[in-house]
Design a protein around this ligand. Structure first.
Ligand code: GSH
Length: 235
């Protein structure tokens, strides 16, 4: 397996951004050393590797750090070209479109999904939920446009947008379990609902995606911690 000693991933298992990098490594058949980070007590290695954002993931390739999940995914695609199917098209316009949707996923879907449970008031939370559903419906159109009748955003095989959205699946499924709401509704967003099933069946996805029940437990623990902190600040 390529990669080996050359690749070290500073991550934290619940992070969907770390999962994104694991997906790209897995689809490229690259092995790596996993360095599990304690986000509440950041290591010297993380702070010196990502001094600007101080966030995971960071990929170290031959000791050189690369930060920001979407940047890392594209780096893997370029640096290990030929080890797996390319995640980006050879056509510049298709590459630009894929980058547009990858940015949309973080700017609109991730942001609204976070607001749906981290909003300060119930109004903020329900506005987040509304915007999240609107973003999912927009992504249904993106899948129709990008796939051109094939199975993935990347066409016949997974691409940058599949990896960007796929990395969120365990968390979005955990949100469905906890809220009871269907995010990928087969009636409203049939293409995406089928894509979710198809993506989850890929070997690379099975290897990289965290277990949904484990994410649910983690999310509940975080909610309890946040509630306790809020109660303490009121006293
Ligand atoms: N835009 C970044 C987001 C990374 C991110 O938010 N990582 C979180 C974990 S999910 C983190 O390291 N948080 C630590 C902190 O904010 O101090 C990416 O795509 O890599």
């Amino acid at each position: 397996m390529a990669g080996g000693d050359d690749l070290k991933l500073i991550g934290a298992w619940p992070s969907p951004f770390v999962t994104r990098v694991k997906l790209a490594l897995s689809f490229n058949g690259l092995s790596f050393e996993n360095v599990e980070e304690d986000i509440s007590n950041k290591s010297e290695l993380l702070l010196s590797s990502n001094p600007v954002h101080k966030k995971v993931p960071v990929l170290l390739h031959k000791g050189k750090p690369i930060c920001e999940s979407v940047v890392i995914v594209q780096y893997i695609d370029e640096a290990f070209a030929g080890t797996g199917p390319s995640l980006l098209s050879s056509d510049p316009h298709e590459r630009a479109v894929a980058r547009f949707w990858a940015a949309y996923i973080d700017d609109k879907l991730v942001a609204s999904w976070m607001q749906s449970f981290r909003g300060k008031t119930e109004e903020e939370k329900s506005e987040g939920t509304k915007q999240m559903f609107a973003a999912v419906e927009t992504l249904e159109g993106a899948l129709r446009e990008c796939s051109k009748g094939e199975e993935y955003f990347g066409g016949e095989s997974v691409g940058l947008v599949d990896v960007s959205l796929g990395s969120l699946l365990s968390w979005l499924k955990a949100t469905e379990v906890m809220s009871g709401a269907k995010i990928f509704d087969p009636v409203k967003t049939p293409l995406l609902a089928a894509w979710v099933e198809r993506f989850g069946e890929l070997d690379g996805a099975k290897t990289a995606l965290p277990d949904v029940d484990r994410v649910v437990e983690f999310a509940k623990m975080r909610q309890a911690q946040a509630a306790a902190a809020a109660a303490a600040s009121e006293n």
